[in-house]
Design a protein around this ligand. Structure first.
Ligand SMILES: Cc1cc2nc3c(=O)[nH]c(=O)nc-3n(C[C@H](O)[C@H](O)[C@H](O)COP(=O)(O)OP(=O)(O)OC[C@H]3O[C@@H](n4cnc5c(N)ncnc54)[C@H](O)[C@@H]3O)c2cc1C
Length: 406
């Protein structure tokens, strides 16, 4: 191609948000380019890939791209709780398979995908006072100029475009995680294991998420700025020392290493500016309770792409009045409440964790899912409190109630 090209919509980053945005914009007939800095979609996996079965189904994720989970096991230094759903309630995604599936759908809708192209500079149209394109550097060092009416920043944690134009600062509260995909002799293929307390993480949690055929993702997440510990070193130590339930896992043979960062600060104040929008991690669209964002990246990626196409077709600011308005309406209060719960969790000592996870034993499957997905609403919390008066008396519940304003 020549050194210059023009598109209606440019999307930065072929993660779940970017691929989904590109597919939905292109499906509305606009000309879309998707830039990915790596030489393959999902070359490096930066996530554990757990999501909820109902969301996977609603988003149309094919069954062969996940391993189902029926129950949830929690370990604290001296405590244990389990929620057994006796059905497929959550799943661990084949992350590489899913992201490539999403990229293929984008391609199928007509998106041009530029692998090995890193967005390196924003082009500003000073007359129209808007972002009007990008410079992208390819593998050979060649730079191309791509112009467009709208840019969707789906670059993930680093929020490339916003930082480039000085719109936002780097996240100050975030999670950093290290994990192995591994062959594990005695992994329970139906359950996730989540481990909290100072043995497992200095500020966060450790996990084992099964993938089937004796494979699992075993990792640790650490909250910044609460702790500066390197999660990769911590994980190696955990595997060497084997505290708590890790002692029963038998041989753990890593086959792949994953490392990543995820924002943990709530939603950006706005996701939309002149000529651009942010989606996914770049906009802070993450559930702070377990730092999961893939389902939001796909759902809101689609909405963002569709709104961008409508904005181009009809000339009204659909990115602001539709995309941003819907996301905030659905997420803001829940995320703000979850952030308060999470900040309590980050300050619990081992004894506090032993007490906190006791409460999980009382939850039914549906109640647990409502809580862990941060689906907080006054109606859900009133229902929960009525059924479990002892839970309602807990500090955690008064914190949730006060955050929801009742
Ligand atoms: C350790 C860890 C564990 C997690 N576990 C879970 C989990 O179990 N479940 C869950 O739902 N979520 C989990 N998350 C969060 C989840 O990974 C993110 O919410 C999700 O990946 C967000 O998708 P995204 O498309 O916004 O960004 P990303 O997946 O980060 O994709 C961004 C893409 O943009 C590309 N890119 C970046 N900058 C540029 C540039 N300048 N030019 C071109 N390309 C660029 C990147 O290479 C990447 O491909 C976890 C995160 C971490 C760090």
């Amino acid at each position: 191609m020549s050194n210059r090209a023009k598109y209606d919509v440019l999307v930065i980053g072929a993660g779940p948000a970017g691929c989904s945005a590109a597919a939905s914009a292109a499906s509305k007939g606009v000309k879309v380019a998707l830039l990915e800095q790596e030489e393959a979609v999902a070359l490096h996996v930066r996530t554990s890939g757990v999501t909820w079965k109902s969301d996977a189904d609603a988003l149309g994720i094919p069954k062969e791209l996940y391993h189902p989970i029926h129950s949830f096991k929690f370990f604290s230094p001296n405590g244990y709780s389990e929620v057994d759903c006796s059905r497929e309630a959550a799943c661990v995604l084949d992350v590489r398979g899913l992201y490539r599936f999403l990229a293929e759908r984008a391609a199928d809708e007509g998106t041009e995908i530029f692998l090995n192209h890193r967005a390196s500079k924003a082009i500003i149209d000073s007359q129209r006072e808007k972002v009007s394109g990008l410079l992208a550097s390819g593998r050979s060092g060649k730079t191309i100029e791509l112009n467009s009416e709208l840019i969707i920043d789906a670059s993930g944690f680093h929020s490339f475009l916003q930082k480039e134009i000085g719109g936002v600062n780097a996240w100050t509260r975030f999670g950093v995680g290290a994990e192995y995909e591994a062959y594990i002799d005695n992994v329970d293929e139906n359950s996730w294991m989540l481990m909290v307390g100072s043995n497992f993480s200095p500020a966060g949690y450790a996990w084992v998420f099964p993938l089937g055929r004796k494979r699992a993702r075993i990792g640790v997440g650490i909250g910044r700025p609460n702790s500066e510990v390197n999660p990769a070193d911590w994980l190696d130590e955990l595997i060497a020392k084997r505290p708590g339930p890790l002692a029963r896992l038998g041989r753990i043979t890593p086959t792949e290493f994953h490392f990543g960062m995820v924002p943990n600060q709530g939603l950006r104040d706005t996701f939309v500016g002149k000529g651009y929008a942010m989606v996914g991690d770049s906009a802070g669209q993450v559930n702070p309770l377990v730092l999961e964002g893939i389902r939001f990246a796909i759902r809101y990626g689609r909405l963002c792409g569709e709104s961008a196409a409508e904005q181009l077709a009809y000339g009204y600011n659909a990115l602001l009045t539709k995309y941003e308005a819907v996301v905030k309406n659905e997420m803001k209060r829940r995320v703000d409440t979850a952030l308060r719960v999470q900040s309590r969790w980050l300050n619990l000592d081992d004894e506090g964790w032993d007490k906190e996870i006791e409460m999980i034993n009382q939850f039914s499957c549906e109640e647990f899912l409502t809580f862990i997905k941060a689906d907080f609403s006054p109606a859900a919390i009133i229902k929960l409190s009525a059924k479990h008066p002892s839970l309602a008396a807990r500090e955690l519940f008064s914190l949730v109630r006060s955050s929801l304003g009742f």
